[in-house]
Design a protein around this ligand. Structure first.
Ligand SMILES: Cc1cc2nc3c(=O)[nH]c(=O)nc-3n(C[C@H](O)[C@H](O)[C@H](O)COP(=O)(O)O)c2cc1C
Length: 196
């Protein structure tokens, strides 16, 4: 089992980071998991160029741009569970998170035509991975947070990863605010235990 936590917030030790870490803690409870089986990455530490719709990934499944997308994709493929977290920025996910979601969508969905001329979408890979979505905001209503989590769902859909929990919260502003929200921390920990 390998669990990969992906943090879409550029703020290390912020609310998203804390919640993703809590899920990872839940996943590693009572089990001897080491650095090889739990990994946490910050998208902001990687070079990610936006998708240019060049279409070259359609045949290969990999991006031709000189960035770190293929590296992150390999990490996702190597994991049995994915925890993806993003704060709401301007009513959607962060730019870092969106680039990853777009590039997964471009490279992992194959578009073809059926014999009767209809467009057919199929997934490049089928997995039995599990996933958790974490999406948090501040002043926006929970409906906006949920909508942003819906954007994150595209990644899980494209990789056929079963989403076992969606952790949503608002009224989180400063770094560490989420530490005062015990129910959401508990939800995150419990979600982690279900990833095993
Ligand atoms: C550029 C920017 C845009 C934001 N836009 C929204 C927004 O539209 N809705 C909202 O509820 N919070 C918004 N926020 C607040 C963050 O979602 C909130 O502070 C969150 O706790 C940050 O998560 P982090 O601690 O993981 O970085 C925004 C923050 C920034 C920096």
């Amino acid at each position: 089992m390998k669990v990969l936590g992906i943090i879409g917030s550029p703020r290390k030790e912020g609310n998203t980071d804390i919640l993703v870490s809590e899920v990872l803690k839940g996943a590693s409870r009572d089990v001897q998991l080491n650095a090889h089986t739990i990994e946490k990455i910050y998208l902001d530490d990687f070079r990610l160029f936006p998708c240019k719709t060049c279409g070259k990934c359609k045949t290969t499944g990999v991006c031709v741009q000189p960035d770190d997308f293929n590296l992150i994709l390999e990490k996702i493929k190597d994991s049995s569970a994915i925890v993806l977290g993003s704060p709401v920025y301007c009513k959607t996910v962060t730019a870092q998170t969106k680039i990853l979601i777009d590039k997964i969508d471009s490279s992992q969905i194959i578009v073809s035509s059926t014999s009767d001329g209809k467009t057919k979408f199929s997934r490049r890979i089928r997995t039995n991975k599990k996933g958790v979505i974490i999406c948090i905001g501040d002043l926006s209503g929970l409906n906006t947070v949920k909508q942003s989590a819906g954007v994150m769902r595209c990644l899980f859909r494209d990789l056929s990863i079963e989403v076992i929990d969606e952790i949503l919260a608002n009224k989180l502003s400063e770094k560490g605010d989420v530490l005062k929200n015990k129910p959401i921390l508990q939800q995150a920990f419990i979600a982690g235990t279900k990833l095993r």
